[in-house]
Design a binder for this molecule. Sequence first.
Ligand SMILES: [Ca+2]
Ligand SMILES: [Ca+2]
Length: 414
Amino acid sequence: MTGDKLSDAIYDRNRFVERQLNMTLNVIKEDGAGNKLMQSAMSGSGDYDLGFDLIQSYGGGLLQKGLLRSYNTIRTIDLTEPWWDQAALETTTVKGQSFFGLLDFSFDMLESLTVLFYNGELITEYQLDDPYELFLEDEWTIDRMIGMMEVASLDVNNDGKYNIKTDNFGLAGREYWFQPMIFTSGLELVSWNDQDGEFVMHLGEERFITVAEAIGSIYVKGNPLVDYSDYDAGRIAFKEGRVLFYSRLLGDYNNLRTNEDDYGVIGFPRYDYTVGEARYFVQNPDALFLPVVVSDDNGDGKGDYDEIGYFLQAVGSYSRDVTKEVYVENAVIGKGMRDQNSAEAVRYMMAHLGYDLNQYYGLTSILQGYGDSVMANANYASKAKALEKQFNKLTGKIVEAIEKAVEKQAEYMG
Ligand SMILES: [Ca+2]
Ligand SMILES: [Ca+2]
């Protein structure tokens, strides 16, 4: 027992599940989990039953090498149970297969949620609208945020230049591939079309370009209201009360606890309220990965997939009922975010998570192309055209890899 409520709750959970299932959880912490899992699966040694690492370290590599098994094939798992993240399943399931284990287990998808911290003292000082009130009134838009950023930006030392180390900014922090406001605006850069059996890139579509241009008007190179060139300096500037909005992951509240200013947490704003439901972007979370070869500890001559399934169902169910609430109350509400409104905003975001297929399937060049257009705030349609061939080639390979995986998995299904 460590005295930390969340650690204790996770410890209790693991012991409970071990007793219930008469099993022992052997957790090995080492760097490069993806590589270890790959070696284990390729050699057939089955040293690991599950891997846990960033999704970007698996989707492009292990999946395409045919070394991952989808959770849909495990007889003892019911993916419709609520502890499996239904938004993640809906977004990342391709050809009926889901390879990404995002369930109530570690809460890393909550830690990796992109949010805006805001400085409450600056809101008061400049007599700005409270972002939470705007959010409640369905008026929390990109335009409103830009208006507030304009008020809060100031060339403090009056040298005609904006420097994150000396001046005041509307927004600092990380840009997360310029994705958060795509998601809050009800859009996504890439999706899977199950009917046509293909991935679709939305970069060149009219509504997407309209929203991307609004995002680009914030992040375009040279905009004095914003600095995302130096994350450390941005954090310091926010702590020093020189930044109105600070863009980070929810888990970063740990770094802000010494902040003497009053601060709140809000989701990114959306383009407008006419189309689509807002979702809140989860940046490259850790997930559980199931290799194509696992151990046979009970010696029945078959890989222990059924047993792994029992484990995931038990750990997911217990986490959802007990551990998740400890996480929310202890970590999110208890210390970092004093304001009850922030806690409410966070709860809303947690119920509307958004996941990006580019990160799951290794389509980094597509993200890069979109990012380049945002930084220039131009050429969206021509960039989409230029990327089309590459996109079709890359995604064609993914579809092939998944089809191969389905064939291999049939052995287990019998
Ligand atoms: Ca200056
Ligand atoms: Ca077995």
